[in-house]
Design a binder for this molecule. Structure first.
Ligand SMILES: Nc1ncnc2c1ncn2[C@@H]1O[C@H](COP(=O)(O)OP(=O)(O)OP(=O)(O)O)[C@@H](O)[C@H]1O
Ligand SMILES: [Mg+2]
Length: 402
């Protein structure tokens, strides 16, 4: 059990949290440094909850493994449902692809029916928040009761209220919410350079692509236009690779990997790993033992993927991304050259093809980003905790120390 902190104010820890659709991350400012919460050494913690019939829920990396073996009792993307009514478009779209039932809860809010039990989405979201808190308490050796959580720029009030209830279930006080694009801007030190300018923040995550225009006045940031594709994310890049591989297996021997939920899930996980490698390398191996059966024999997949080949397959996703950017500028009546700073955050923005196309769209050589784009939002939320701790921070540079 972590010890109570000393009563001095600066011993208090506040967690800054990015509660993401596919991954969450959290950090705290301790002695003027950002310290990350890690799950098996990784700062990107799957927002996945496994709800067994008996016992406590499993969250994070462990729950992520259950997606293949227990698809009917494992929940991912609960963020999409939080604060939404059963009849909302997002809810209906998600309902088509999950192994459990989405049912009406109190006030017709979406709830989950899993193994004969009904769970409010707040409960499931609170399992993720509690998990982050527990990992943080273990790592930092202090009790944590307060959090700042980033929320999408266009969040409905019902989402924020539901998030607040989720925090309360976890015995956490939600001190403040911060729009995700603003957290991303803070993480890149934009408030360290007070000026008046127009900034575009492109957040390409696991399940969504959001582009926000922000007006910066001094150190104040105000989002004023936001467009997005809630069905476009890093998962689609994995899916396209998995489809390609599965099609080639099927053409070769007739075996359809999509019919086996475990194999299909594993293939997508291998494709995700290969995709990440291809962000920094020109080629990546995609290997999967016992991937399919041919003439009664288990066969392995052993492929060398080439970045150029993969990029050609991903092109339709890039077109969708560019459509969002075009809609954003059209609605604000800005020309690409009138945007003074373009910031990329979200894990999928680490894909070179994504970076290249966004830079090209805004007619510039360079965009503002770094190798930690996948944890930028949590970083910005954590910087925001400084105000509540009444400490001044020299902007630490963005690194994930293990
Ligand atoms: N190095 C990398 N190269 C390519 N993709 C990556 C890399 N690292 C992470 N990703 C991808 O980033 C996605 C997760 O990004 P992020 O954590 O920003 O999403 P999220 O916040 O959970 O989702 P959302 O913003 O849609 O709510 C995953 O699809 C993951 O595969
Ligand atoms: Mg995100």
């Amino acid at each position: 059990m972590p010890k109570e902190p000393a009563s001095s104010r600066d011993a208090e820890i506040i967690l800054g949290i990015d509660f993401g659709t596919s991954y969450s991350s959290a950090a705290a400012l301790i002695n003027g440094e950002i310290q990350w919460v890690l799950d098996r050494g990784d700062a990107m913690i799957p927002s996945v909850v496994h709800l067994p019939a008996k016992g406590t829920p499993e969250v994070g990396m462990t729950a992520h493994m259950r997606l293949a073996t227990h698809p009917n009792t494992t929940v991912q993307s609960v963020k999409r449902l939080l604060g939404r009514r059963l009849e909302d478009r997002e809810v209906r779209l998600l309902d088509a692809g999950v192994g459990y039932q989405i049912v009406p809860g109190p006030r017709r809010m979406a709830a989950l029916k899993i193994g004969g039990q009904t769970y409010a989405c707040e409960q499931v979201a609170s399992s993720v928040l509690s998990y982050l808190r527990d990992l943080a308490e273990k790592r930092f050796g202090r009790r944590i009761r307060k959090v700042i959580i980033a929320v999408p720029a266009d969040s409905e009030p019902s989402y924020v209220s539901a998030l607040r209830r989720a925090a309360r279930i976890s015995h956490l006080e939600l001190l403040q919410v911060i729009p995700e694009p603003i957290a991303g801007a803070l993480s890149l030190g934009l408030h360290g350079a007070p000026c008046d300018r127009r900034v575009a923040v492109c957040d390409f995550g696991g399940g969504t692509f959001d582009a926000t225009l922000i007006e910066q006045k001094g150190v104040q940031f105000t989002p004023f236009a936001c467009h997005g594709d809630t069905l476009l994310g890093g998962d689609d890049f994995d899916e396209i690779l998995a489809e390609e591989v599965a099609n080639s297996v099927q053409r070769r021997c007739g075996f359809n990997m999509r019919n086996d939920v475990v194999r299909w899930h594993h293939l997508r996980m291998r494709c995700e790993s290969a995709k990440r490698i291809l962000s920094s390398e020109e080629e990546a191996y995609l290997r999967m033992p016992a991937a399919y059966v041919e003439q009664g024999q288990q066969r392995n997949i052993d492929l060398l993927l080439d970045r150029k080949w993969v990029e050609a397959k991903w092109q339709p996703l890039i077109e969708r991304m560019r459509n969002v950017l075009a809609r954003l500028l059209c609605s604000s009546r800005w020309a690409p050259s009138e945007v003074e700073e373009v910031i990329l955050i979200g894990g999928t923005s680490l894909i070179p093809m994504v970076r290249r196309n966004i830079a090209e769209f805004f007619e510039r050589e360079q965009v503002t980003s770094n190798d930690y784009a996948n944890v930028a939002v949590a970083y910005g939320a954590t910087l925001q905790t400084a105000g509540h701790l009444a400490i001044s921070t020299q902007l630490p540079s963005l690194t994930v120390a293990s």
